[in-house]
Design a protein around this ligand. Structure first.
Ligand code: IPM
Ligand code: MG
Length: 362
């Protein structure tokens, strides 16, 4: 089959890790007889440098014309990069928010699980980890505080800033449905996270989630307050299957969940809309401090490419092959610097990509 893949290398380590993920996709294409056509799309700092804005209309059109988009990471050092001297709506992150909205990518899927091989990197005590954990955070991505009305003004000589958190029931329902759908394919448990003891938007969230849950009698669900959830993630991460939550809570909890795995360089993510289209990117940032040194870990991006094959192209066998190759390489002891420990073999970004390709070819 022939597919069009939009590729956003982005900033910092983005171009290096995307190059490895592309090699892996090429390798899959060869082994399984597909054709992947790539088109590079500018986003973030790279787009500011080339076009003066973090996302152009042309880039949006390119993304829309693709079957799926693979992205590295965007953004730079917020204290030293000139990008952060620009007004907020011209900075790299504004481009990311804009593309999420323009493509209606309301469902952000962020898996966080403990790799058996990397158990030593998990910062939680053995007795709390137990059998390990394997969860997915389903984060609402195009509403809430990120897209609400905001502003800063001076009132009676005092600066006042406000950001508003708004959700309508349709926005909540569509992401809740995605959350329950995913849970149905997993361990059938949804933990819906809110702050219903304080926020109206959370009370509506709870009400809609309860309505959606009625259509999924085979999936159990519970509500959890966000502060409690932050605590439970480090107390007993094994209790979670699918965490369903709004945009801002999901931003914070997904960083926490990935840190708990001890290997943020391993975690992929997908941002989906109502069609087969998706934007796939690692859960980690652009790490400008290590860019260009060939020491970044490409695995999260490679696993994001596997998610792309699975969710957007329905190529399950191909996705399995990539995931199995990653596990093999880890089992053989190969590690990039971020997951290196004594007794394992340290490799750079390029070599890690090459090793994974070799295992897929076998
Ligand atoms: C993420 C990031 C973004 C977000 C930033 C870069 C705008 O932290 O994808 O989690 O807050 O959504
Ligand atoms: Mg974040």
């Amino acid at each position: 089959m022939e597919y069009r893949i939009g590729v956003i290398p982005g900033d910092g380590i983005g171009p290096e890790i995307v190059a490895e993920a592309r090699s892996v996709l090429d390798c899959v294409a060869q082994v399984f007889g597909h054709q992947f056509q790539y088109e590079e799309i500018l986003l973030g700092g790279a787009s500011i440098d080339a076009c003066g804005v973090p996302l152009t209309d042309e880039a949006i059109a390119q993304a829309k014309a693709s079957d799926a988009v693979l992205m590295g990471s965007i953004g730079g050092n917020t204290t030293t990069s000139p990008w952060y001297q620009l007004p907020p709506d011209r900075r790299p992150e504004a481009g990311l928010l804009k593309i999420r909205k323009a493509l209606n990518l309301f469902a952000n899927v962020r898996p966080a699980y403990l790799y058996e091989e990397l158990k030593g990197a998990c910062p939680i005590k053995d007795e709390l980890i137990g059998e390990g954990f394997d969860m997915v955070i389903m984060r609402e991505l195009t509403g809430g505080l990120y897209f609400g009305e905001r502003g800063t003004e001076e009132i009676d000589g005092i600066l006042v800033a406000h950001d508003s958190l708004t959700y309508n029931e349709q926005e909540i329902r569509r992401v809740a449905v995605k959350g329950f759908d995913i849970a149905r394919k997993r361990r059938k448990k949804v933990t819906s996270v809110d702050k219903a003891n304080v926020l109206d938007s959370s009370r509506l969230w709870r009400k809609v989630v309860e309505e959606v849950a009625k259509d999924y009698p085979d999936v159990s669900y519970e509500h959890m307050l966000v502060d409690n959830c932050a605590m439970q993630l480090v107390r007993d991460p094994g209790q979670f299957d699918v965490i369903l939550t709004e945009n801002m809570f999901g931003d914070i909890l997904s960083d926490e969940a990935s840190m708990v795995t001890g290997s943020i360089g391993m975690l992929s993510s997908a941002s989906l809309n109502d069609t087969k289209f998706g934007l796939y990117e690692p859960s980690h940032g652009s790490a400008p401090d290590i860019a260009g040194q060939d020491i970044a870990n490409p695995i999260a991006t490679i696993l994001s490419a596997a998610m792309l094959l699975r969710y957007s192209f329905d190529l399950d066998r191909e996705a399995d092959a990539v995931e199995t190759a990653v596990k093999q390489v880890l089992a053989e002891g190969w590690r990039t610097a971020d997951i290196y420990s004594e007794g394992t073999k340290k490799v750079g970004c390029k070599e890690m990509g090459a090793l994974i390709c070799e295992r897929i070819r076998k």
